[in-house]
Design a protein around this ligand. Structure first.
Ligand SMILES: NC(=O)c1ccc[n+]([C@@H]2O[C@H](COP(=O)([O-])OP(=O)(O)OC[C@H]3O[C@@H](n4cnc5c(N)ncnc54)[C@H](O)[C@@H]3O)[C@@H](O)[C@H]2O)c1
Length: 457
């Protein structure tokens, strides 16, 4: 790493500079203060590793457009030089680009690294980024196995750097309302949860076209996808998972078909395959992936019948929490509609919902939550549907970039411990499928599951 002095970070400026600035204001004329141009150092210096679709949209262009007053994107890194160049132009920044992560950090001196690479590589950049003095904002899943998880926990403890895990699912108004009802004890003591997630034959199938269908890259969908759901459970239940028993199988995608090809373009079975998809009809995806295959051979429209697919396409888990709550969870990846069913069972009633995110029939533009009191009445609560997770994406980014000290009444902001607990449920479930035995979460890392989830916000 370079010996060049690091610019004062916006975070340091907010914490250490505010009292000094207050003192200075006493002696500096107001007119002089007003004329002082906003210093570049006042902005958070952010570097992004992984210029795929997530990196250049949610954390790239949208941040460059909506947070330019508080964020400078100072560097971009990816191993695919074509995607890197396209990403830079798509985001619309003038920063340098790198294939070498250490070189990027040394040259651009970021305060914060945003990690949006393939799941199995997150740990490399989280650990190294903290060692080089940066805070981390990482996409879920934080990592894909318990050894990598422990390395992240150890490095975070040793460096004291901050790790944010961007669990945007917590921010949807519908899920937030269920959290609110649980926080206010609406159904008495929560005792069990039924949670079943359905990915449809379009979105679900898309996981099997990409690197997500390979266990070595995604840690299986128990980690890549279900860790979103496990995080919701940890957050709603407000406790930590203690024991997990899992089942999983691959019965639809992969080898479960009589024909296959490498990918959809040029496939001789196009006319017979219900999953045929022409990526070239989408200009953005063509620019991002198809035009850059020459650099790494990655096929974004890979065959869903690929024999190398080795993740489960149906998964189930029983989870026992440290506060005694029991969960029955499942995820199906080839459903006719997309959404989930959930029910919270308490000593005084039940909260339940059937959320449809896409379905081949007309549905009203709101989600419902039914709350039924034991021996009492039932109430239907309607939550209007809206884009961008109902403003949740903006609230998440505001908290990261604009005001890290903003109030967090529903405890939606997640750190390294929440990030670990979410993946540990998936890792435990996957291990349980492999071994046929229940897995104690406490055996996976040094984290000891607590009856009440420790708050990190
Ligand atoms: N929270 C959400 O709802 C949500 C949605 C989409 C994606 N994600 C997460 O975002 C991450 C990225 O997903 P994506 O859909 O953008 O994938 P993607 O395949 O489009 O992008 C991944 C990028 O990482 C690059 N990369 C891989 N290994 C690298 C390395 N060692 N060094 C540098 N670059 C490397 C690839 O070349 C690619 O450009 C994943 O972890 C995924 O789980 C989260």
């Amino acid at each position: 790493m370079s010996d060049a002095p690091r610019p004062v970070s916006r975070r340091q400026f907010l914490i250490t500079g505010s009292s000094a600035a207050a003192g200075a204001a006493l002696v500096r004329p107001a007119a002089l203060l007003a004329d002082t141009p906003r210093r570049v150092q006042d902005k958070m210096r952010v570097a992004i590793v992984g210029t795929g679709i997530r990196g250049i949209t949610m954390w790239g262009r949208e941040v460059a457009e909506e947070y330019a007053d508080v964020v400078d994107i100072v560097g971009l890194c990816d191993i695919n030089e074509g995607r890197l160049a396209f990403g830079k132009s798509y985001i619309g920044v003038e920063c340098p680009t790198f294939s070498d992560f250490d070189a990027m950090v040394a040259q651009t001196q970021p305060d914060t690294i945003i990690v949006t690479t393939n799941d199995n590589t997150h740990d490399t950049f989280i650990v190294r980024g903290m060692e080089l003095g940066c805070d981390i904002v990482t996409e879920k899943p934080m990592t894909t196995d318990e050894r990598k998880c422990q390395a992240i926990l150890d490095t975070q403890a040793a460096t004291g750097k901050h790790v944010t895990v961007t669990f945007n699912y917590r921010y949807s108004p519908h899920r937030q309302k269920m959290k609110e009802l649980l926080m206010e004890g609406r159904i008495g003591k929560l005792t069990s949860v039924d949670f079943h997630w359905y990915l449809d034959v379009y979105h679900g199938a898309d996981y099997f076209r990409r690197w997500h269908g390979k266990r070595a890259s995604s840690g299986t969908l128990f980690v890549h996808k279900s860790s979103h759901h496990f995080d919701l459970l940890n957050w709603w239940i407000d406790s930590e998972p203690e024991e997990v028993f899992g089942y999983g199988a691959l019965e639809y995608y992969g080898t479960n078909n009589s024909f296959r090809h490498t990918n959809c373009r040029g496939c001789p079975h196009q006319a017979n395959c219900k999953h045929y998809w022409d990526i070239t009809e989408n200009e953005f995806l063509t620019n991002l992936y198809v035009n850059n295959e020459q650099y790494d051979g990655y096929l974004r429209d890979g065959c869903v019948w690929d024999e190398a697919i080795d993740v489960y396409d149906k998964m189930a888990a029983q989870i026992k929490y440290a506060n005694g709550v029991q969960v029955s969870y499942s995820c199906t990846t080839y459903s006719p509609y997309e959404g989930y069913r959930i029910a919270f069972n308490g000593t005084q009633g039940r909260i339940e919902a059937w959320v449809k995110e896409r379905q081949p029939w007309d549905a009203p533009p709101y989600d419902e939550i039914r709350v039924t009191d034991n021996f009492g009445q039932t109430e239907l609560i309607q939550i209007p549907q809206s884009a961008g997770h109902g403003g949740g994406d903006t609230r998440l980014r505001d908290k990261i970039f604009r005001d890290p000290s903003a109030a967090d009444p529903y405890e939606q902001f997640a750190g390294v411990r929440d990030g670990a607990m979410a993946v540990l449920v998936g890792i435990a479930a996957r291990t349980s499928v492999d071994t046929g035995a229940p897995v104690q979460v406490a055996r996976l890392t040094t984290l000891n599951p607590q009856p009440v989830r420790p708050k990190e916000g």
